[in-house]
Design a protein around this ligand. Structure first.
Ligand SMILES: [Zn+2]
Length: 213
């Protein structure tokens, strides 16, 4: 069983997640969005005070609000960055996007491990499956923990909403297609941990999400 810990960081109220093996204390850092000293300290203090050992750094996609703490985590724990290959140009635009929004951007390592649709890896005995869910961003992925009925969903599906598609590389029809073919087949009880806002479930969104009807 992996414990899922969340933090909400930066001007975009982005949710980052840590998947924690409570036995070995090893963990996976997903979308670290910390963007000032206070947020960085909050994240690092949590990791250190719980004796956690970050082993992997993964981005669901590389919009600026999801990558702001990449360099910090990569440097501090000697981790390389994992994401979908199609996010390379998105990550490459972050410097420019940061200046546009007036967001201090400290850079990020390049993506050096590429995840593909259907890839599976095991962490602390739990199987994590990569679902390729483009539309909000060209290389968006979700991480599915089938045994735990949990999904780290990035900015694909939100409680009562879906990811925006007006940013470069976004496409509404592609996003709806991703949700219908990759997420809606999951069991109703699957908890979706979204990149913004509260968590939800596949069952709840299946019946009530206005964008899916
Ligand atoms: Zn995004």
């Amino acid at each position: 069983m992996l414990k899922i810990k969340s933090f909400t960081f930066n001007a975009f109220q982005e949710n980052m997640y840590i998947l924690i093996d409570e036995v070995s204390k090893e963990c996976i850092i997903i979308d670290p969005g910390c963007n000032n000293t206070q947020e960085e300290n909050e994240l690092i203090n949590y990791i250190e005070s719980n004796g956690l050992q970050p082993k992997r750094l993964i981005n669901t996609h590389c919009h600026i609000d999801h990558v702001l703490g990449n360099q910090l985590i990569s440097d501090k724990y000697s981790l390389t960055l994992e994401a979908h290959e199609l996010e390379k140009p998105v990550l490459g635009m972050c410097q420019q996007v940061g200046s546009m929004y007036g967001i201090p951007y400290k850079g990020s390592p390049e993506i050096s491990t590429f995840h593909h649709d259907g890839d599976v890896f095991s962490f602390a005995g739990i199987v994590i499956q990569i679902l390729f869910t483009p539309g909000h961003s060209p290389g968006s992925i979700c991480l599915y923990l089938k045994e735990q009925n949990e999904l780290i969903g990035g900015d694909v599906l939100f409680q009562g909403s879906i990811g925006r598609t007006d940013l470069p590389g976004g496409d509404h029809a592609t996003l709806i297609g991703s949700i219908m073919t990759k997420l809606m087949p999951l069991p109703d009880e699957t908890i979706v941990y979204s990149g913004h806002g509260p968590s939800t479930t596949i069952g709840r969104e299946r019946v009530s999400n206005p964008f899916l009807n």
